[in-house]
Design a protein around this ligand. Sequence first.
Ligand code: HEC
Ligand code: HEC
Length: 160
Amino acid sequence: MYTVRKLTVRKSSNFSNLTFFTPTQMLMNKKFYVVLFLAVTVALSIAASAPPQGEPKRNLKVLPKNISHEDLDKVMHGFNDALGVKCNHCHSGGQVDGRFKMDFASDAKPEKEMARNMLKMTAKINKKFFHFKAGAADAVPPISCMTCHNGKVHPEGGKK
Ligand code: HEC
Ligand code: HEC
């Protein structure tokens, strides 16, 4: 099955990375912010309301439980682009009636939990250090997954 590295958020390197961001990098990533963060932040602002009846029961702990299929799809494809991975980097699957099927609700892969932590970290950096307000529809968050990952799983470039 999957060989999984030990996953830990190295606090010191995450935050010291911030000193390398330039306004140009931020602008280059602008398009990605719009895709990911309109979805995430707009959705987070309505996270408090209950999921509509008839929606599939989801295993969402960071994204809003009532996020639309469309927005969820945008966020997930944003992850793929930012990390340069496919869906199965974070999601697992298995045999169902003799055929392989993805199980997106499963938390079997530690990468998924890491991504949850990263979502929370990114939102916190934007809020606390850039005073980003998530509510406004045209607001572009200063940092996103792409800011650090830039198409790679390991931002520092040391590991493959
Ligand atoms: C970097 C890791 C990562 C990648 C890559 C990723 N996902 Fe996810 N996905 C997550 C996390 C984390 C959650 C749960 C979010 C939460 O708890 O709020 C999730 C949740 C989901 C869910 C909701 C499952 C449920 O509970 O019902 C679906 C569907 C999904 N992802 C589909 C995809 C698809 C399709 C792709 C590829 C286009 C993809 N994901 C790529 C991390 C990832
Ligand atoms: C402030 C910089 C920064 C931001 C922003 C950031 N990450 Fe990370 N991320 C890192 C660092 C550093 C690591 C550890 C890299 C390593 O293991 O070499 C990491 C690791 C990860 C891993 C585990 C890598 C593995 O081994 O599979 C996942 C998954 C991940 N990030 C997803 C995300 C997602 C999704 C976002 C956006 C919501 C995000 N990251 C935003 C810096 C960042």
